[in-house]
Design a protein around this ligand. Structure first.
Ligand code: SAH
Ligand code: SF4
Length: 334
């Protein structure tokens, strides 16, 4: 850490400030560009502190050039994972960060879950994914406007590192981003969700719901057995009421599994009177899985039922599926 380096070398505290401005705000590409520091000090820094924890292995860009996926290798143990940048037509640039390599939750429709769990990413490794794209975008005079924890892994099962990363994203002396531009997406670990909220997290929340009832949810997401839907929805509802902010619910539409009219009606009655927004995500196919995306007709019918029942929702436009960068397709092998 820079604070340690400054302390060990008995440097004045303004050196930390200069470092933070150059590193997190001016987005220098190497310590050579830390021009507010004298050269000999820069050389010492170079020897003591690596510039980044990640190595870029491969880059894939979607046909429409709106989605970019990087296969990273972390320097500490050469394990690989992926991060995605989505350039939206409205000017937002969203980085979809990973917080783990693989995932222990094992949802049956998710490529990351099928990899199994290979390790947590540190706060530094999470932040370095965003800094990587911030440096890319800087060359185009653009910035990262949003961060979503929707890459590999379950953020609430790596809570401390995720919270540390968020504090670097939002620290005005570092990246200075508004917490409202950060989204934590979870498969629903109710205990750790409570911890996140007690910690004072003020960013957005997305719950991966995917089923309108406990029974079907358990079949799709093993974590649902341990954390029943009623409790989970109760915690989210009281948070929504307290903050007056909608909680997003992700609902992946899988052909013949959770996409019938009856499923839609049940979902509408489950969410009635709740401050929510439902994101319908057409299922993204995973190699080796027989599950299929719902038909266009089924998606339209599902959406129509929600509209008739006044459930706030959108159908997500799938980005980057041609490079396996869409939701649930990340499996560490471009
Ligand atoms: N572990 C967290 C965040 C990462 S997954 C979570 O589960 O919420 C990001 C989103 O992609 C989740 O809503 C997840 O359910 C969804 N997803 C996973 N596999 C998918 C697939 N094959 N097609 C569409 N969405 C998928
Ligand atoms: Fe893990 Fe989320 Fe994939 Fe489930 S959907 S296996 S929680 S990454």
């Amino acid at each position: 850490m820079i604070e340690n380096f400054v302390h060990i070398h008995s440097l004045p505290s303004y050196r930390v400030k200069q470092f933070n401005v150059a590193y997190y705000q001016e987005l220098i590409g190497s310590y050579d560009d830390l021009l507010t520091w004298p050269k000999d000090l820069r050389l010492q820094l170079q020897k003591a502190l690596r510039f980044t924890s990640l190595r870029e292995i491969k880059r894939a860009v979607s046909l429409h050039h709106d989605t970019e996926k990087i296969l990273f290798e972390r320097i500490s143990d050469n394990k690989r994972f992926e991060t995605v940048l989505m350039r939206h037509a409205d000017g937002r640039n969203t980085v979809c960060v990973s917080c783990m390599i693989g995932c222990p939750v094992g949802c049956i429709f998710c490529a990351t879950g099928r990899m199994g769990f290979q390790g947590n990413l540190t706060a530094e490794e999470i932040v370095d994914q965003v800094l990587f794209f911030s440096r890319v975008l800087k060359k185009e005079k653009q910035t990262v406007t949003n961060i979503v924890f929707m890459g590999m892994g379950e953020p609430l099962l790596n809570l401390n590192n995720v919270l540390d990363a968020i504090s670097i994203f939002t620290d005005p002396k570092k990246m200075g981003m508004s917490e409202r531009r950060i989204t934590v997406s979870t498969s629903g670990h109710t205990d750790n969700l409570k911890k996140l909220l007690v910690h004072g997290y003020a960013g957005r929340l997305a719950l991966s719901l995917h089923a309108p009832n406990q029974k079907l949810r358990e079949q799709l997401m093993p974590i649902a057995k341990k954390f029943p839907l009623d409790d989970l929805l109760g915690v989210l509802q009281s948070h929504a009421e307290k903050t007056n902010k909608r909680v997003s619910f992700e609902y992946t539409l899988i052909n013949g599994v959770n996409d019938t009219r009856k499923n839609a009606e049940e979902l509408a009655s489950l969410l009635r009177h709740r401050l929510t927004h439902v994101n319908l995500i057409p299922f993204n196919p995973i190699l080796g899985l027989s599950l299929k995306r719902s038909t266009v007709e089924a998606i339209q019918n599902f959406s129509r039922v929600l509209t008739n029942k006044h459930v706030h929702h959108t159908v997500r436009v799938t980005m980057g599926d041609d490079i396996a960068a869409a939701c649930g397709q990340l499996a560490g092998k471009i």
